[in-house]
Design a protein around this ligand. Structure first.
Ligand code: ADP
Ligand code: ASP
Ligand code: MG
Length: 456
C-alpha cells in the first residue's frame, strides 16, 4: 500500500511550539506516527500578538525595540540548543527576520494597513517553521522546510483572506505532494497564504487549524491531527470551568457549532474542508499525547441532548426599528443587503412587529481592529432607527435534537434564572440554544449552565 494512502497532517499550535522543549515533544509526536508526513505550525506562543502590536503603528520607538528584543529571546532560546553550525546559521536567520520586522514596523508607524500587517505577522510562522526543522535535525530526524505560500492561494482580503481550495489543490499536486512521499517530514506554516500576485495574506487569528484542514483536503489526507495544549475538546473551556470533561468523540456538526460559538480550540472554519472530504479530525495535547483526545467525525455512537457549552465575547447587538417595517416586504432584504455590502456576517436574529435585532460577528481579522463601519450605520439610518449595544457575550449550549425535546429549554432557563438575558436564539438549529448576556454575567452563566446540564 502507498504510504500516502493513510497520510496524516499534524498541526501544532503556539503553545506546542513555544520553546525547544515544547518543539521536542512535537518531534516525538510526529516521529511516533509513520503516516505523519506533513507538519503545520503556528508561530511560537505570544509572537503573533507582538507582531500585531508592531503592525499597529501605535508603538513608541522604545516599545518597538522592547518587542524586537522579546522576539529575539523567544527564538534564540530554541536555537541555543542547536549544535554550533546550526546555531550560528539559525541566529543569522532570526536576525534577518527581526531586521525585516523592524523595517516594516517603521512603515506601519507612518501608515498602517491590513496588507502591511500580513507582511509583518507572517514572520512568526516563518520563524517557528524554520526553527522546528532544525529541532528535527538536532534530534536526529530528517525534515525539510516548505513555504506554504507556494500553494495556499487566497483572495486579497488581507487579514481575513478566503482560501481558493481548487487552486490550492492544483498547486499542492504540483509542488507539495511529490515531497510527501520522500523520507524527510515536510514542515510548513499555518495561518499565512498568498494572493494571485504573490502578496502575503493571512486567514485571520487562530487560522492555522484551518490551514491544516485545507492542506488535508488538498492532499487527500486520511486524518488531520490538531495538537494543542489540552488533551482534546472538553465540555467547555477548562480554563473557565475546571470541572469540564474531555469528550472522546464529536460529530462534525457538534464541533462546528462549538467552534462557531467560541470554543477557541478549533478555528470556526476548520471543519469545512474536513467535511467536504469526510476526513476525521483528531484533537490532542502535544505535551501529553498519552492522554488521548477527541475524534471529530461524521457520526458518533452517542447523541446526548447536552454536549457542551461555549462562550463568545465581544458581541455587538444592533437593533433596527421602523414603524413602517410592519408587513413591509423587502425591509429585511435591504438590511441584510447593507450588512453584506460591508462584509459583516450576522450571527443571531430576532424580530418583533416593528424592529429587528441582530448580533454581528466582530470578526477574526488579524489586525484585531473591529470597529463598525460608520458608513454602514449611516446607510441603515436612512430608513430606520439604529441602536448599537456592545459589551455583550454569547453563551451557547450545543447538543442534539434540542428543539424537538420537551423540557430542554426550561432546564437551561432555570440554570440561569438570576441573569437578565438580552436575546435568545432557539429553533433555527437542532444543535444549539444561544443566550446573549451582559459581558459581566457571561462567565458565571456559563459555569451555571455547565453545572446544571453537564455535571451529573
Ligand atoms: P493553539 O495555540 O494550540 O491553537 P488555542 O489557544 O487556540 O491553542 O486553543 C486551545 C485552548 O482553547 C485551550 O487552552 C482552552 O483554553 C481553549 N478552549 C476553549 N474551549 C475549549 C473546549 N471546549 N475544549 C478545550 N479547550 C477549549
Ligand atoms: N499565529 C496565529 C495566531 O496567533 C495563527 C494560529 O496560531 O493559529 O492567531
Ligand atoms: Mg488556536
Amino acid at each position: 500500500m502507498n504510504q500516502l494512502d493513510q497520510l496524516d497532517i499534524a498541526k501544532f499550535g503556539g503553545t506546542s511550539v513555544k520553546d525547544f522543549a515544547a518543539m521536542s515533544s512535537c518531534v516525538k509526536v510526529v516521529t511516533a506516527n509513520p503516516h505523519t508526513r506533513l507538519v503545520v505550525v503556528s508561530a511560537c506562543a505570544g509572537v503573533t500578538n507582538m507582531l500585531v502590536e508592531l503592525a499597529s503603528g501605535a508603538l513608541t520607538k522604545a516599545e518597538v525595540e522592547d518587542r524586537i528584543e522579546k522576539l529575539r529571546a523567544i527564538h534564540q532560546e530554541i536555537s541555543s540548543h542547536f549544535a554550533d553550525d546550526s546555531r550560528i546559521q539559525s541566529n543569522q536567520v532570526i536576525e534577518s527576520h527581526l531586521n525585516e520586522i523592524r523595517n516594516l514596523a517603521a512603515e506601519a508607524a507612518m501608515e498602517r494597513s491590513d496588507a502591511l500587517t500580513d507582511r509583518i505577522v507572517c514572520h512568526g510562522e516563518l520563524l517557528s517553521s524554520y526553527l522546528i526543522v532544525e529541532v528535527f535535525r538536532t534530534l536526529g530526524f530528517k525534515a525539510v522546510f516548505f513555504d506554504v505560500r507556494t500553494v495556499m492561494r487566497t483572495d486579497s482580503v488581507f487579514g481575513c483572506a478566503k482560501p481558493l481550495p481548487e487552486v490550492l489543490s492544483t498547486l499542492s499536486r504540483q509542488y507539495l505532494m511529490p515531497l510527501l512521499g520522500q523520507d524527510a517530514v515536510v514542515v510548513t506554516q499555518g495561518f499565512i497564504a498568498s494572493n494571485s500576485e504573490g502578496m502575503t495574506t493571512t486567514l485571520g487569528r487562530g487560522g492555522s487549524d484551518y490551514s491544516a484542514a485545507l492542506l488535508g483536503e488538498a492532499c487527500s489526507a486520511a486524518t488531520i491531527s490538531i495538537w494543542t495544549d489540552v488533551p482534546g475538546v472538553y465540555t467547555t473551556d477548562p480554563r473557565l470551568v475546571p470541572q469540564a470533561m474531555p469528550i472522546s468523540e464529536l460529530t462534525y456538526l457538534e464541533a462546528a457549532e462549538m467552534a462557531t460559538f467560541g470554543a477557541k480550540i478549533l478555528h470556526p472554519s476548520t471543519l469545512m474542508p474536513a467535511v467536504r472530504r469526510n476526513i476525521p479530525v483528531f484533537v490532542g495535547s502535544s505535551k501529553e499525547p498519552e492522554k488521548g483526545g477527541t475524534w471529530v467525525k461524521p457520526e458518533t455512537k452517542t447523541h446526548p441532548s447536552f454536549r457542551a457549552v461555549a462562550l463568545r465575547k465581544n458581541q455587538t447587538l444592533i437593533v433596527l426599528a421602523s414603524p413602517r417595517m410592519v408587513g413591509a416586504s423587502g425591509f429585511l432584504a435591504r438590511v441584510f443587503g447593507i450588512f453584506a455590502k460591508y462584509g459583516k456576517s450576522v450571527d443571531l436574529v430576532s424580530t418583533s412587529e416593528v424592529s429587528i435585532a441582530v448580533t454581528l460577528d466582530a470578526g477574526s481579522n488579524t489586525s484585531g481592529i473591529t470597529t463598525l463601519p460608520q458608513d454602514m450605520l449611516a446607510e441603515l439610518r436612512e430608513f430606520c432607527h439604529v441602536k448599537v449595544e456592545d459589551k455583550l457575550s454569547l453563551v451557547a449550549i450545543i447538543g442534539n435534537e434540542m428543539s424537538k425535546t420537551a423540557g430542554m429549554a426550561s432546564r437551561a432557563f432555570d440554570a440561569i434564572d438570576q441573569y437578565s438575558v438580552r436575546m435568545i436564539c432557539y429553533g433555527a438549529s437542532n444543535h444549539n440554544l444561544c443566550f446573549l448576556l451582559n459581558e459581566a454575567d457571561a462567565v458565571p452563566a456559563l459555569v451555571k449552565l455547565h453545572q446544571h446540564l453537564l455535571e451529573d
